[in-house]
Design a protein around this ligand. Structure first.
Ligand SMILES: *Cc1c(COP(=O)(O)O)cnc(C)c1O
Length: 365
């Protein structure tokens, strides 16, 4: 247990912040995760002392001893959420306390210290307020926030978790994922590789899960697909998720998403869509979905749409599926009406053009 102590942030503003003209140049075409704002937040942790030295400092390289534990044993986790400029001009985050809670569930699995939820949200507020000019005004654009936690103890001993950590938040302006309109993705069913096994780290948002996934994503591309779809570790029979996004299957007016078995990442977008379903007059169910059911449902026409969801791309239609010796199309391969309706509703809440009945929007400034 860390004793809850209110941290105060030391603020050191950058003396080489980019000019308004330089910033505007970036904001015209921000891409994703390429350019970062002028500042970052850092908070250190030491066993026995807790969190300390909270600070906002100029964005810049970290200096780490080559024997720093995270570089060898990947004791690392991260979060991802966005700050949106709403239609009324205020800047908001979407459900930041849900990210705080997930960070702490990941931390428990990775034997890392938990961060008080208030401190997490304050760290985002401080960075976004300081770098508010970096929050794009273009419709569909946002400021992507990337909090992460790394083990900083120096030494190669493997028997104990690190005794020291740094929590860091960086921010990057992001374009709309779909610049030329929403386009369905094609997916590759990975039967050779597994993302996560029972008892492993599948539900934790840790970098190691991604390191182990690149080879399968590359295989998806080699097979002419945009994204990899992960199946369960034992039988490669049940659908888990797509790359870094969760999946939804649309059966008429019912949404079905794979149940959280411990091997899936519990997406906040996923959970929000389960809640929104009722508002949109849709049924929603969490259960196992097999590859067989997916293919048979598309062939019979009962399964009308499939979409993926996550913070980065919000809602992305899936148009076609390929696997070892099989391939099929979902519907007519174009974005379906339920997918687009769910997408519009969620984006509308985030940008403030629709009411926020669940209180998800957190005003920053
Ligand atoms: C972050 C992530 C998601 C989506 O989570 P959101 O909270 O909706 O952004 C899904 N799958 C994986 C593997 C992820 O890392």
């Amino acid at each position: 247990m860390t004793i809850a102590q209110k941290l105060s942030f030391d603020v050191q503003l950058s003396d080489h912040a980019r000019t308004a003209a330089e910033r505007e140049q970036v904001l015209t075409n921000p891409g994703f995760g390429q350019t970062f704002t002028d500042h970052m937040v850092v908070i250190d942790y030491t066993d026995g002392r807790g969190w300390h030295d909270a600070r906002l400092v100029p964005y810049g390289p970290l200096s780490l001893d080559p024997a720093t534990s995270v570089l060898h044993y990947a004791q690392e986790l991260f979060e991802g959420l966005k700050a949106y400029r709403q239609v009324n001009g205020s800047i908001v985050a979407f459900r930041p306390y849900a990210n705080a809670a997930r960070l702490n569930r990941s931390a428990a699995r990775m034997a890392m210290p938990e961060l008080p939820e208030e401190t997490f949200v304050e760290s985002l507020e401080l960075l976004v307020q300081t770098d508010r000019e970096w929050v794009p005004t273009t419709e569909g654009h946002s400021l992507y926030l990337r909090p992460f936690l790394i083990a900083t103890q120096v030494g190669l001993g493997v028997n104990y978790p690190s005794r020291t950590y740094s929590y860091i938040v960086i921010a990057s302006p992001a374009a709309s994922y779909f610049s030329g309109g929403v386009k369905p993705v094609s997916v590759w069913l990975s039967t050779e590789y597994t993302r996560a096994a029972p008892g492993g780290t599948g539900f934790a948002k840790c970098g190691g899960n991604y390191a182990a996934a690149f080879v399968a994503q590359r295989q998806a591309v080699e097979n002419g697909c945009d994204q990899v779809v992960w199946l369960d570790a034992q039988a490669h029979e049940y659908v888990e998720e797509m790359g870094g996004m969760n999946l939804f299957f649309v059966f008429g007016d019912e949404l079905v998403t794979p149940a959280l078995t411990g091997t899936l990442l519990p997406g906040i977008t996923r959970e929000s869509i389960l809640t929104l379903a009722a508002d949109l007059g849709l049924e929603a169910e969490e259960r196992l979905v097999s590859v067989e059911e997916w293919q048979a449902g598309c062939e019979s026409g009962e399964l009308t749409e499939v979409f993926a969801c996550g913070t980065a791309a919000v809602v992305t239609p899936v148009g076609s599926v390929k696997g070892a010796g099989r391939a099929w199309t979902i519907g007519d391969g174009t974005p379906g009406p339920v997918t687009m309706r769910v997408r519009e509703e969620l984006v509308g809440i985030q940008y403030g053009s629709r009411p926020d009945p669940h209180g998800w929007v957190h005003k920053i400034c």
